[in-house]
Design a protein around this ligand. Structure first.
Ligand code: NAD
Length: 302
């Protein structure tokens, strides 16, 4: 099967990027979101990607216009998925929200439709039964700034049909992704198996007041020659998603330090409307974050 018509459920940070990239590569895409306010926000996010495609990919005005022509928006799930070959789920990282969406999708999507999840921290097997089509369900996981961080991790569960898996690998390549194919389920895939403990350790150092944000990032950047530290990475990931992840990890035995870190991030930043790069404010202020200024790693940047 070759995918043609795609629905992206959730037009937030990642959903808006996945939808844009997929439409840019020639597919017909509908963004589904919960209500008119969410759709208006999704439309606005989508238009912000125009400049990124011009800046980073030298996209022509004609290519940008064609991308928008292939994109539509809906708050009617049944209508959106009526003829969909693929639904890419990118709703918040909250089990109850994802489950409820799959329950609704199971009722209204045609039997041909493949569902993929962009979950960062759950496993496809947690949702496989509720989709009503476990053999046509797997994870297709993107990285923030999809057009330039063009890597997608593809992970089935034990019941995923190998042909469906191959269809999604082919689709991911056709929308310009470099695919990382996991042979089995792994919580947090390859990338986040590395990244989550890393940024979590940074948050705990900050929460325990061992060192401040700049000192922690500077330590990492200075010693590894990396261009960004863990707090800069958290701003890119988005602090709402990070909060949801660490609140969940923090609720498991032995991780009270991460629960405290999640709460500190909430009160110090999220409650002040600081959600990261997307809004221009997070641990740093954008578009000119302190860690990119000359002298930062030497402790001289203001
Ligand atoms: P987000 O909060 O920016 O966006 C979520 C969107 O889903 C919003 O537009 C919201 O209105 C919508 N939504 C809420 N309930 C819905 C429902 N029932 N049906 C349809 N839409 C609904 O979240 P995000 O950062 O884009 O994350 C989405 C998913 O992508 C999560 O599973 C997250 O783990 C994953 N992800 C995020 C990143 C990242 O860097 N932010 C990277 C990789 C994967």
């Amino acid at each position: 099967m070759r995918i043609k018509r795609v629905v992206v459920a959730g037009g937030g940070t990642l959903g808006s990027q996945i939808a844009y990239q997929t439409a840019f590569k020639g597919f017909t895409v509908t963004i589904y979101d919960i209500n008119a306010t969410a759709i208006a926000a999704a439309r606005e996010r989508v238009t912000t990607w125009d400049q990124a495609y011009v800046r980073d990919l030298q996209a022509t005005p004609a290519a940008i216009d064609a991308t928008h022509e292939r994109l539509s928006y809906s708050t009617d799930l049944a209508a959106a998925v009526a003829d969909a070959d693929l639904v890419i789920e990118a709703v918040p990282e909250v089990v109850a929200i994802k489950r409820s969406l799959y329950e609704q999708l199971a009722q209204v999507a045609p039997s041909k439709t493949i569902f993929t999840t962009n979950t960062s921290s759950f496993l496809p097997s947690q949702f496989a039964e509720v989709t009503g089509r476990p053999q046509k369900f797997l994870a297709l996981h993107f990285v923030n700034h999809v057009w330039k961080n063009n890597m997608a991790e593809i992970m089935g569960h034990a019941g995923t049909d190998p042909e469906v898996y191959a269809t999604i690998v082919d689709f991911a390549k056709r929308i310009g992704m470099i695919t990382v194919e996991l042979k089995k389920e792994q919580p947090a895939y390859v990338l986040n198996t590395l990244l989550i403990p890393f940024v979590g350790a940074a948050l705990v150092l900050w929460t325990k007041d061992v060192a401040d944000v700049a000192t922690i990032d500077r330590t990492w950047m200075l010693s590894t020659k990396a261009p960004i530290g863990p707090f800069g990475m958290l701003d890119v990931v988005g602090l709402r998603t990070a909060y949801n992840i660490f609140k969940d990890v923090g609720a498991t035995p032995g991780h009270a330090d991460l629960a405290a870190a999640a709460e500190k991030m909430k009160t110090a930043l999220l409650d002040q409307g600081k959600v990261g790069v997307e809004t221009g404010h997070g641990f740093y202020d954008y578009p000119d974050p302190a860690f990119q200024r000359p002298g930062f790693i030497l402790g001289q940047a203001k």
